[in-house]
Design a binder for this molecule. Structure first.
Ligand SMILES: Nc1ncnc2c1ncn2[C@@H]1O[C@H](COP(=O)(O)OP(=O)(O)OP(=O)(O)O)[C@@H](O)[C@H]1O
Ligand SMILES: [Mg+2]
Length: 460
């Protein structure tokens, strides 16, 4: 049976009584539970999906009461709320802003629609609340999980348990913010080393003269300022996993030392003649192409081949558009309590702009935009404006990299993706907007390996 929580503050002589009795009579077949104070609601609300309250005139007149009500609703934000409002109360801008932010719907009193119509509204709201609850529980279960089920991510999900079971080095490639470190952590978590440390070293962030001591450690007196023995990151990761992030930034002088460590399984802390045995599993990552770095002499080929035993490529967000909505919903669930109101989701326009944006900062940029939107949003749904995105088609924002051919390709791909997003992935309409034939558009999809985000469309 569908349940409705009704909160009627104050005693039975309260003016809300009339509204609540009418609604109770309308909802035959529902279990309507009344509560008189919020403390009781907070103790019991986890069992309900839908709640209803009446906006009294006292609340309209008294800012403090309104703020109190807001804080109660924030506390009970696992539920969806419906307000009962009298028409004159809409004269208050504060009440209008409050409703936009905290409720999924409101009923205007006196209720004019038929019993069937009102029941229909409640049934729909209950159904929506059920859907949201289901989504929430999935997301919270997999808090730190790698989200995504596009073909490239499915492949990563399949590779991780296989790679985690081996002790061979892994090389993770991918642009900045695509989840390389998350993949490395997940590999560690799923390996037999999971009880031991996962030590991450950002090779690009350590000043060149300190790299050796950071990685290999030093003994007291090894150099000026070395006033005690210090273990290096490699030794700290003994029996666990060492994540060498941005390995492409490692100076050549240290690359040879890492190579020796990989070959011999021993390290020499600075200032110590004898070698120490260390057992670590190496995962390396780089956002620059190590193949290119080898060509310019910035990366040693022998180290590359040592590291490049198992490979994972973290795809750029623009190449996994089908996952954008899922990721955005995931981060909204994660951060939605950071704002003032109760945010239930994104508007359709916001989803379209998310899909059309080019995401130069990848998932990290998506997280930042969603977190900012949660803080700025003044209604229960996040808009393109809250996300700092234009309405579709979004302005192409990109940093030109590489030569002219690469830049041209980049713009062509972005334009095609943008046209598809603003036409709901409809090939005919997108081709029309771009001024090309459907055949040409299909060729472009193939050329740029663009996958249509609509699940009913073919994967090209
Ligand atoms: N597939 C994913 N599902 C959920 N969260 C993700 C996913 N990929 C990345 N993230 C989150 O995005 C953020 C950036 O990811 P991460 O630090 O792993 O990227 P990176 O590739 O190492 O970036 P950089 O090159 O800038 O170091 C992190 O907060 C991470 O938890
Ligand atoms: Mg990283």
């Amino acid at each position: 049976m569908r349940e409705l929580l009704v909160i009627s503050e104050g005693d039975s002589s309260d003016s809300n009584k009339e509204e609540l009795n009418v609604i109770g009579d309308l909802l035959v077949g529902w279990k309507v539970d009344r509560y008189c104070d919020w403390a009781e609601v907070h103790r019991n609300c986890s069992g309900y999906l839908l709640g209803l309250f009446v906006v009294s005139d006292k609340i309209v007149e008294d800012r403090v009461l309104l703020e109190k009500l807001e804080s109660h609703l924030r506390k009970a934000d696992g539920m969806d709320w419906i307000a009962v409002v009298r028409p004159h109360q809409f004269d208050s801008p504060a009440i209008k802003a409050f409703l936009a932010r905290y409720v999924v719907d409101y009923l205007s009193f006196p209720i004019l629609g038929s019993k069937e119509k009102i029941e229909g509204i409640f049934d729909h709201l209950y159904g929506m609340a059920e859907l949201r609850k289901r989504e929430d529980s999935c997301v919270y279960l997999d808090h730190e999980r790698i989200i995504g089920n596009c073909p490239a991510m499915e492949n990563i999900h399949k590779l991780i348990p296989k790679f985690a079971a081996s002790d061979a080095p892994i090389l993770i490639s991918g642009d900045s913010g695509t989840g390389k470190e998350l993949i490395a952590q997940t590999l560690h978590q799923q390996s037999v080393r999971k009880q031991e440390r996962f030590v991450a070293v950002n090779c690009g962030a350590i000043p060149e003269n300190l790299v050796e001591s950071e990685l290999f450690g030093h003994v007291k007196g090894a150099f000026t300022g070395a006033d005690r023995d210090k273990k290096g990151k490699i030794e700290l990761a003994d029996n666990g996993t060492l994540f060498l992030d941005e390995i492409g930034d490692l100076p050549l002088s240290q690359q040879v030392k890492i190579l020796r460590f990989l070959q011999e399984g021993t390290i020499n802390p600075v200032g110590l003649a004898e070698a120490r045995n260390v057992n670590v599993r190496i995962i390396a990552a780089s956002h620059v192409s190590l193949e290119e770095a080898m060509k310019t002499g910035a990366f040693r080929p022998d180290l590359f081949y040592r590291l490049n035993v198992l490979q994972i490529h973290a795809p750029a967000l623009i190449d996994r558009r089908a996952d954008i909505e899922l990721l955005a919903q995931h981060f909204l669930k994660k951060y939605r309590n950071e704002g003032l109101g109760i945010i239930k989701g994104f508007t359709k326009e916001a989803i379209n702009s998310l899909k059309a944006h080019l995401w130069p900062g990848n998932i990290r940029e998506l997280i930042n935009r969603v977190r900012k939107a949660v803080v700025l949003c003044e209604t229960s749904l996040i808009s393109p404006h809250d996300l700092g995105l234009g309405l579709v088609p979004a302005e192409p924002k990109y940093v030109v990299q590489g030569n002219l051919v690469e830049a041209r390709n980049h713009v062509e791909k972005a334009t095609v993706v943008g046209a598809l997003a603003s036409n709901d992935q409809n090939i005919t309409h997108a081709a029309k907007q771009l001024g090309v034939s459907r055949m040409t558009l299909y060729r472009m999809l193939e050329k740029h390996k663009i996958v249509l985000s609509d699940s009913t469309s073919a994967v090209v």
